[in-house]
Design a protein around this ligand. Structure first.
Ligand SMILES: Nc1ncnc2c1ncn2[C@@H]1O[C@H](COP(=O)(O)OP(=O)(O)OP(=O)(O)O)[C@@H](O)[C@H]1O
Length: 485
C-alpha cells in the first residue's frame, strides 16, 4: 500500500475537490488560486488549469511513474481521493483530443464517428485498474464535460455579472449543483429534468438551449470505440410561432401519409426525431393555444405519443427545454397558460439577461459582443474595425438605450454601421415612442409603417397573436414584420 505524506494528502485532496467545482464559478477561481498560491484575477482559467496540471503530474510522478499508477495501491478515503486526482489528470491530458473530436463530430453531422483517443484512454483506464464499465462511464463523462464547457463557453460570451451567473446556472443545469450526486445517481438519467428559459426577445435563449441540448450524457460503446450517437442528433428544436395552428400537431408528433389533405408522405415530428439521449427545444412555448398545451402535457407526462392519423404508440425519452419571451406568470394568471404544463416545464427556470442589463453592468461587454458577432460576418475581424464600430455605436446610440431587440438588434446595428456608417434606431425607437416624432423627420413607406406599428404592439402585448388580431394581419406576417424591426 502506498503511504502519502500529510502534504501529499492535502494536495491530492485539493485536486479531488477541484474536480467537482463548477468551472464557471467564483469558487473554482478561488480554489485554483489557493492551490497555485496566486491572487484571484491574475490568470485566466486555461492558464491556471495548465499550471495545475503540471503540478499534478509532478506530484503523481513522485509517488511512482505515471504508467505504474494503480488505484488498488491505495485504501480507504485516500483511494477515492487518488482516484479523482488521477481522473482529473487524465481529463486534462485528453483535453485537446476531445476538443478536436467535438469539432470533427460537428463536421461529420448525425453519424457517430470513432473516438481516435479511445484505444489509449481504455489502455490507461485498464492499467490503472478500472473495470470496463467504469472506464466507459468515465469516458462518456469526459466527453460530456468537454462538450458542456465548449458549448457554454462558445454560446454565452461576456463578463457582466448576469452573464457570469448564467454560465454557472447552465453548468449546474447539465451536471447539477452537486456533481457527486450527478456522478453517483443522475448521470444519464436527466430526462425528467426540464428547463424553462425566460428572457426578452433576441437575448440568446435559442443559443442557450442548444448549449444544454448538445451537452447531454451520451454512453460510450467500448467494443465500437464510439459514443452511441452524435451530439448533433441530440438537440431537436422547433419554433412554434413558425407554424399555423393546423400544422402544429403534425410538426410536434408527426403524421402518417394521407392523415389529412396535403399529408402526401409520412412525416417524423419533433418528438420522434429526438433520440433517447437527446433534448427537444420548444421555442415560443408561451404562444401556443390551450388544446396544444394539453397535448404537449400528455406527451411530457406519459412519455408516449402517436403521430397524427396513426394509433401507433411511440416513446419519447429525451429532456424538454422550452423558452418564451412572454411574461409566463401573467399568462398563467390570465388563464392563457396551463399551470399543470408549467409545472412540467419548470424543474429549472433560467432567465437570460437582456442586452441593456448586460451593458449597464459591464460597458466593455459591447466591444466583446461586437467582436463575436462580427466574426460571423467576416472571419477573424481586426481589433481596429471592432473598435471603430464600437465608437460609432457609442456616438449614435444614447447611453441607457434599451435595445428592445437585444443581441439580435445589435447584430443588425453592426451590419447597418458597416454599410451606412450609422445606426438608425428608428424602428426600435418607434416601438416604444409611437408619437410620430420619427415620422415628422422622414418619409417612410406603408410597409415600414406597418412594421413599426407591429413592433410597437408586440412590445406592448408581447404576443404575435395579439398583434395579428389588432392589425388584421395573419400571424406569420405579423411575426415577420416584428422580426424585421
Ligand atoms: N450572447 C450572445 N452572443 C452571440 N450572439 C448572440 C447572443 N445572444 C443572441 N445572439 C444572437 O442573436 C440572435 C437572436 O438570438 P436567439 O434567437 O437565441 O434569441 P431568443 O432569445 O431565442 O429570441 P426570441 O425570444 O425572439 O426567440 C441570434 O442570431 C443569436 O445568434
Amino acid at each position: 500500500m502506498k503511504k502519502l505524506t500529510p502534504e501529499q494528502r492535502h494536495f491530492f485532496q485539493q485536486i479531488a475537490e477541484l474536480a467537482f467545482v463548477n468551472p464557471f464559478s467564483v469558487e473554482r477561481e478561488q480554489a485554483d488560486c489557493a492551490l497555485l498560491a496566486i491572487s484571484p484575477g491574475s490568470l485566466p482559467l486555461a492558464e491556471r488549469s495548465a499550471k495545475i496540471q503540471a503540478r499534478l503530474a509532478e506530484q503523481l510522478m513522485q509517488l511512482q511513474p505515471l504508467a505504474d499508477f494503480r488505484i488498488a495501491s491505495f485504501t480507504g478515503k485516500v483511494r477515492e481521493t487518488m482516484e479523482f486526482a488521477w481522473l482529473f489528470y487524465q481529463f486534462h491530458e485528453f483535453q485537446t483530443a476531445f476538443a478536436e473530436f467535438i469539432e470533427r463530430q460537428q463536421q461529420a453531422g448525425d453519424t457517430a464517428i470513432n473516438l481516435p483517443c479511445a484505444t489509449e484512454l481504455l489502455r490507461r483506464f485498464a492499467a490503472a485498474g478500472f473495470d470496463e464499465r467504469a472506464s466507459a462511464k468515465y469516458i462518456a463523462l469526459f466527453y460530456q464535460l468537454h462538450r458542456g464547457f465548449h458549448f457554454i463557453n462558445s454560446s454565452v460570451s461576456g463578463q457582466s455579472p448576469a452573464i457570469i451567473e448564467l454560465r454557472m446556472r447552465l453548468w449546474n443545469n447539465i451536471f447539477t449543483f452537486n456533481p457527486h450526486w450527478y456522478l453517483d445517481y443522475l448521470c444519464g438519467r436527466m430526462e425528467e429534468f426540464s428547463t424553462l428559459l425566460l428572457g426578452p426577445t433576441g437575448s440568446g435563449k435559442s443559443l442557450v438551449a442548444r448549449a444544454i441540448g448538445c451537452s447531454g450524457f451520451i454512453p460510450f460503446d467500448v467494443s465500437k470505440q464510439r459514443f452511441l450517437e452524435s451530439f448533433t442528433r441530440s438537440f431537436q428544436a422547433i419554433n412554434l410561432a413558425q407554424f399555423p395552428e393546423s400544422l402544429l400537431e403534425a410538426e410536434l408528433f408527426g403524421h402518417k401519409k394521407g392523415a389529412f389533405t396535403g399529408a402526401i408522405e409520412n412525416h417524423e415530428g419533433l418528438f420522434a426525431r429526438c433520440s433517447a439521449h437527446g433534448a427537444v427545444f420548444i421555442d415560443e412555448i408561451g404562444d401556443i393555444d390551450i388544446p396544444t398545451q394539453v397535448k404537449l402535457l400528455n406527451v411530457i407526462q406519459d412519455r408516449v405519443f402517436s403521430p397524427v392519423g396513426s394509433h401507433e404508440k411511440m416513446r419519447f425519452s429525451g429532456r424538454v427545454i422550452s423558452a418564451t419571451n412572454r411574461d409566463i406568470s401573467a399568462l398563467r394568471q390570465q388563464g392563457l397558460f396551463r399551470d399543470d404544463l408549467y409545472y412540467r416545464l419548470c424543474s429549472d427556470v433560467i432567465v437570460v439577461p437582456g442586452l441593456q442589463q448586460r451593458l449597464a453592468q459591464e460597458p466593455d461587454e459591447l466591444g466583446k459582443l461586437i467582436g463575436g458577432l462580427l466574426g460571423r460576418v467576416i472571419a477573424q475581424p481586426e481589433q481596429r474595425l471592432i473598435k471603430r464600430i464600437e465608437d460609432r455605436i457609442r456616438a449614435t446610440v444614447p447611453t441607457g438605450y434599451h435595445w428592445p431587440g437585444n443581441v439580435r438588434e445589435l447584430e443588425q446595428c453592426i451590419r447597418q454601421i458597416c454599410l451606412t456608417g450609422t445606426y438608425s434606431m428608428s424602428q426600435a425607437a418607434v416601438a416604444s415612442q409611437p408619437s410620430g416624432f420619427e415620422l415628422e423627420q422622414q418619409e417612410i413607406s406603408a410597409q415600414q409603417l406597418q412594421q413599426r406599428y407591429c413592433r410597437f404592439l408586440y412590445q406592448k402585448h408581447g404576443s404575435y397573436e395579439t398583434v395579428a388580431r389588432i392589425t388584421g394581419l395573419d400571424r406569420r406576417t405579423a411575426k415577420k414584420y416584428i422580426m424585421a424591426g
